[in-house]
Design a protein around this ligand. Structure first.
Ligand SMILES: Nc1ncnc2c1ncn2[C@@H]1O[C@H](COP(=O)(O)OP(=O)(O)OP(=O)(O)O)[C@@H](O)[C@H]1O
Length: 261
């Protein structure tokens, strides 16, 4: 499966929804919503282990949000639930469609020999003319600042450039929600900034695309319109990035003080 391409789930628009709350979720101008979402797994001994605990969040349409938290707090698991790759054990999820999930390892994203062929890869099923395909590919590559690389063999690209091509591959299929899982993990600082700027530019140049970016790099928060901070499977803060940044810094300082005292 070309996972970076939009996920057109065969499930209804509202997963896990009962008649009772049909109007309660997805009714406002949010592209992403979760209400009291939980997710548990059974370990080797058959014991139920909660991973995501009662998580609620709302992400307004057209915005660039970040999902932060320490290693192992559940960011990727929650993102996979929002992508429809995992089903929540409990709670409700709404994500505008089509939605796309982009993996953290740039080498797992690109599948075709050239940038142009790679971005056009998912368009086969749309029955487009050659001109329409070229136009869509050009628009998507321009949005991520990679149009000049149209004919480049993908193996000659840097990690960040591959990530930007992968994002173009999602945009070309006119996805409305980008779910981006720690894209900057394997990148140096220049590539890291290039990918963040590409996502920002995508949102300002495309109509109504929303992005949720998982990261553990606090400094990336300055590019976000909003943020969700998780600890131990729970959403503990949700909203203004500067407030969340200050609060995380304060938590870190108090933790360091405790260790040193
Ligand atoms: N299928 C699974 N089986 C067992 N444990 C799991 C499974 N999936 C996730 N976990 C555990 O759930 C917790 C959350 O994992 P997750 O990958 O979502 O965290 P994360 O915040 O994205 O971490 P990181 O920042 O290190 O990538 C971790 O302790 C992980 O080991």
């Amino acid at each position: 499966m070309n996972i970076r391409a939009p996920i057109y789930a065969s499930t209804p628009r509202y997963s896990n929804l009962t008649t009772r709350n049909y109007n309660a979720i997805g009714a406002d101008n949010y592209a992403i919503e979760s209400r009291s979402v939980s997710y548990s797994i059974k370990n080797e001994r058959g014991k139920v282990v909660p991973i995501i605990k009662d998580c609620s969040l709302n992400i307004p349409s057209g915005q660039f949000w970040m999902l932060l938290g320490p290693n192992g707090c559940g960011k990727s698991t929650l993102l996979k639930i929002l992508a429809g790759l995992l089903s929540p054990t409990d709670g409700f999820v709404y994500v505008r469609k089509p939605r796309s999930y982009v993996f953290q390892n740039p080498d797992h994203q690109v599948v075709m020999p050239t940038v142009e062929a790679d971005v056009a890869f998912g368009l086969g099923r749309f029955n487009l003319t050659n001109d329409e395909t070229k136009l869509r590919v050009a628009k998507a590559l321009t949005a991520v600042g990679m149009y000049d690389y149209l004919q480049r063999p993908v193996q000659t690209l840097s990690g960040g450039q591959k990530q930007r091509v992968a994002i173009a591959g999602a945009l070309v299929e006119q996805c409305k929600v980008l779910l981006l899982d720690e894209l900057t993990t394997f990148l140096d600082e220049t590539d890291q900034l290039g990918v963040i700027k590409a996502v920002k530019n995508t949102l300002s140049s495309s109509e109504d695309v929303t992005a949720l970016w998982v990261t553990h790099r606090l400094e990336e928060l300055e590019y976000a319109d909003g943020a969700v901070y998780m600890e131990d499977g729970k959403v503990v803060m949700h909203g203004e990035p500067s407030v969340i940044m200050d609060s995380i810094e304060a938590r870190k300082a108090s933790y360091t003080d405790n260790i040193n005292s």
